[in-house]
Design a protein around this ligand. Sequence first.
Ligand code: DGL
Length: 265
Amino acid sequence: MDNRPIGVFDSGIGGLTAVKELSAILPDEEIVYFGDTGRVPYGTRSPETILAYAREDMDFLMKYNPKAIMVACGTVSSVALQTIKSDYDVKIIGVVKSAAKKAAETTRNGRIGVISTGATHKSGAFKKAVAEVSDAEVFSAACPLFIPLVENGYIERDNKVTRLVAADYLAPVLDKGVDTLILGCTHFPVIKDLIADLAPGVALIDSGKEAALHLKDHLTENGLLSDGRHGANRYFVSDAADGFSKVAKMFLGRDIDGEITKITF
Ligand code: DGL
């Protein structure tokens, strides 16, 4: 048994979609979340900058002596995971490998789509991860506009603007006949229903959820589950906390007003 917290970080608030899954899958665990809201987005930045930011995010969470760290950010998981894994002496789980494995198990026709930020798309990380476990073909697309659309609340299933953008982004991937689509970015589960409507019959893989399931396996196999005797979850951000709490509800599904602390590096 291990009652130390699980650290989770993301470029901003989007990682709360992963926290939502984590809390459902591992309800007895304490979570310390850091969202780098002062420097979001990461998905438009260079690999060097993403790595430098990821190191600072890691340094912050390491102060809480976590038993594991989940990198909820698809971009950091794609671009910087291997480096931070070798730099830090803690179990680190990203969102790429487990989603790739689930997609490879799910596809029936061996054609998998991936949608993500530009940096994730450029990295080819999901394609490489699928290639490690199967012969399936991977077709990926960058969907950068989904991020501001979600953050600005354009999330209703029938939202005309988001549907138009989504149809345009998804067409090249769907045209390849994919039967499985990885949501490779924190924000995309929020518009999962809208994406599902545009991709009938396609199985959608939530990368945050798959990573949370993987983390559960790790903690279980190593006797590291918590017995629930610990403090409340903590949420930290690097920009004004009030702006964060407004949209946090959309990602997490509940209010965390008053539970958020702004930090400076
Ligand atoms: N959290 C990022 C991701 O999952 C999306 C937002 C950003 O570009 O920083 O890739």
